[in-house]
Design a binder for this molecule. Sequence first.
Ligand code: FES
Length: 562
Amino acid sequence: MAHKYAQLAFTETVRAMQQEQNSRAGYASMDQGEDYNFLLSAVEAEFIAQRDSLYMASVSETDWPYVQHRGGPKGFLKVLDASTIGFADYKGNRQYVSAGNFRNNDRVALIFVDYPNKRRLKLMGRISQVAEDDWQTLASLEDDDYRAKVERGFIIKVEAFDWNCPQHITPRYSESEIESFITPLTNELSELKARLKQQLKTQQSASLTNEGLAQNSSIAKTSLADYPQNSGEGELPLVISGIRQLTPRIRAIELRHAKGQALPAFEAGAHLAIPVILSDGKLTHRHYSLCSNPNRTDCYEIAVLNDHNDLKIANELDKSDIEESGSSTIHQHFTLGLQLNCAQPKNYFPLEQSTDPVVLIAGGIGITPIKAMALTLTSLQRDFSLHYCGRSLDEMAFSDRLVRQLGDKLHLYVSDEGNKLKIEKLLVSAPIKAHFYFCGPQKMIDQLLKLAQQHGIESCRLHFERFEHKIDASAKSFTVKLKRSAKQFRVSAQESILDAVLAQGIDVPFSCKTGECKTCVVPVAKGNVIHNDECLTNTEKANKLMCLCVSRAAQDTLELDL
Ligand code: FES
């Protein structure tokens, strides 16, 4: 027996058209074999039961088809048996076009669409109105929880149905479907908020009970309500216009000009010094790479990793721990509308101007300058690849966005999934003349530099930025003498000369604190230096200049021209 759907829908003209368009052969099989597409199976019944809307066509006396959208509670169209479906006609539209058409022509066509899963079912049948006194059938069509008045009921005897291909169905989601996706996320958010609140409480009480700490500083004086709404002394007034939680520990902050003006243009690799008022009330600055598209001048975006959990517990806090608390201050106190007066963006990590291929490597939060570079290279149509490593995918900020924007130029390495970046392999397989740009933890950068040197990659092709400078575990304490200020003090094994000088109340300029910007460079009056910076040339080192933020004394005493 021919397929009933083909019998009804494939008229002579339709078949001729299929022939013309070379699709006839594909549908010819529907003219033979056993027909089953007039009896609804459990699959169709379940599909119909899950729908809360459908499109229904009737035929008018003028031969015009009339298509109507019908909606109701999920499963409002009932499958009564394998060849019968029906629905209650609720009070609403008063045109009665479909109901009127059915009095004259009982042909009806329905389309059910499952938008999220891109599936659709087309069905044809004969419709009849349920008799007003057929209470049993009417009751079987009603929805108990749906508060609308039933005006009549309709029964459809199924003549044929067919499943359609998913092409050209845009996935759409109903409110309840979206809610089912969001509920686990909002639950997780509430849980994280509760945990954060608890951690803050613990941190505050620990800070207050730490006697030594309380005597040496006035930590934990700034409460949430006290945080200044306007801070910083820079000439660029920025206002926080958006905050998004990218991962459990990373938050993106969008900044716009306070007066709505265009922002100064910046190049990939640039960073912004963000004023932060620490809990002791002191103004300090934290440096964050601009990760937004450098083509945009309407807003800047930075991403801040909250390293609070990485701090030692309160009774082990020392000065360096306090210094690190800038990011947790940002997470706790930065809210929409807060004004930050910043200096113009600075760039110590620019892309070189050439057409050479580029290999970008990012570890963790090191993705921020690398992301801006990838966007610039994309718009310049330069040959590049981006290799982004992290512990777990949900800790890797922007990974979803980058997948969409970069396609196969992006390579993700998730160590929790056993997929680690093989740095050596990457270095040796990179295109000839490729320039490498990398940003990430010190360990990763040190490893990259070591391997690059082993494989003879010229240093002019290696560009990197550290987002932290950790003092070597083997570092020793030493004495620093200041020639012009006539001061002398010890620098402990755990602190930098810069921090020790600042602690003496001597105002020296600094910026990156990672040995990349040259802002803290001073002349050495006497003594030898272990240079740990990335910015001084050999000539500058020979001329007895040093970076206070990362370099150290080679012997027990070092005299500076300060
Ligand atoms: S502060 Fe940038 S090199 Fe020292």
